[in-house]
Design a protein around this ligand. Structure first.
Ligand SMILES: C[S@@+](CC[C@H](N)C(=O)[O-])C[C@H]1O[C@@H](n2cnc3c(N)ncnc32)[C@H](O)[C@@H]1O
Length: 221
């Protein structure tokens, strides 16, 4: 990878980190939980669980670990992240990059990573994954590239989201984001917040940019 691309990727991750932090502050329940937990003498050390669907090489793995800890008001919590993608080569890259485990450091808890090759339209076949994830994440969802498959993926994503958990998506395009918002709400997601990312980096294709939009959902009660 050229130095220029590497630098752009690193900047994209930093702006993703800032964008997710803004989103966490727009979620009233998450804000309340955070304040309640931070008010305790020592925030919880329980393990939080993240499912990153269609994660590609999952370069956002560390950002997501920190985000879920912030969202849940437990900055030093341990986090287990599971990434799944249909492309075996990308999954092998993710596993190489992040290994299996990182110890606690700089005030944050342990991180466990697990990457799987698999078809997310068949997520129910991965029963061992369990449900009740604190965060289910889809970066650059690809609704335009097969609406039926992506509706199945959204449906599974919602079914893996815990009662107090959140589903977060980002999108490359305006129209694709609007279509995904409509589909996820129709499938049982309640939109908490959506926003355009002012810091988004334009890509070569007109109208396409990195993490151009973000939206956060909970499951309808
Ligand atoms: C636009 S890319 C986004 C990749 C990554 N999340 C990112 O932001 O760089 C869409 C991803 O969806 C994955 N994908 C498409 N259909 C899938 C399926 N049925 N199950 C799992 N992954 C799928 C592709 O392999 C690809 O990595």
């Amino acid at each position: 990878m050229s130095e220029k691309i590497q630098k752009a990727n690193e900047e994209d991750l930093q702006q993703l980190r800032r964008m997710l932090s803004r989103v966490a502050s727009r979620d009233p329940e998450a804000v309340k939980r955070r304040l309640d937990r931070l008010a305790k003498v020592r925030p919880g050390n329980d393990e939080l669980r993240v499912l990153d669907i269609a994660c590609g090489d999952c370069r956002e793995a560390e950002v997501l670990g920190d985000f879920v800890a912030e969202l849940k008001g437990a900055p030093d919590a341990a986090v287990k992240l599971t990434g799944i993608d249909v492309r075996a080569r990308e999954i092998a890259d993710a596993a190489r990059k992040f290994g299996k485990r990182q110890g606690p450091r700089e005030g944050r808890g342990r991180r466990d990573f697990e990457f799987r090759t698999g078809d997310a339209t068949q997520l129910d076949e991965h029963a061992e994954l369990g449900a009740d994830f604190d965060l289910v994440f889809l970066r650059h969802q690809n609704y335009w590239n097969g609406a039926r498959d992506w509706e199945e993926i959204f449906d599974h994503a919602l079914s893996k989201t815990g009662d107090d958990g959140r589903l977060v998506i980002t999108s490359y395009f305006d129209q694709e984001h609007a279509l995904a918002l409509e589909a996820i709400q129709r499938l049982g997601g309640e939109l908490v917040h959506t926003e355009f990312n002012e810091e988004t980096r334009a890509l070569v294709t007109p109208g396409k940019s990195m993490d151009r939009h973000v939206a956060i959902f909970r499951r309808k009660k």
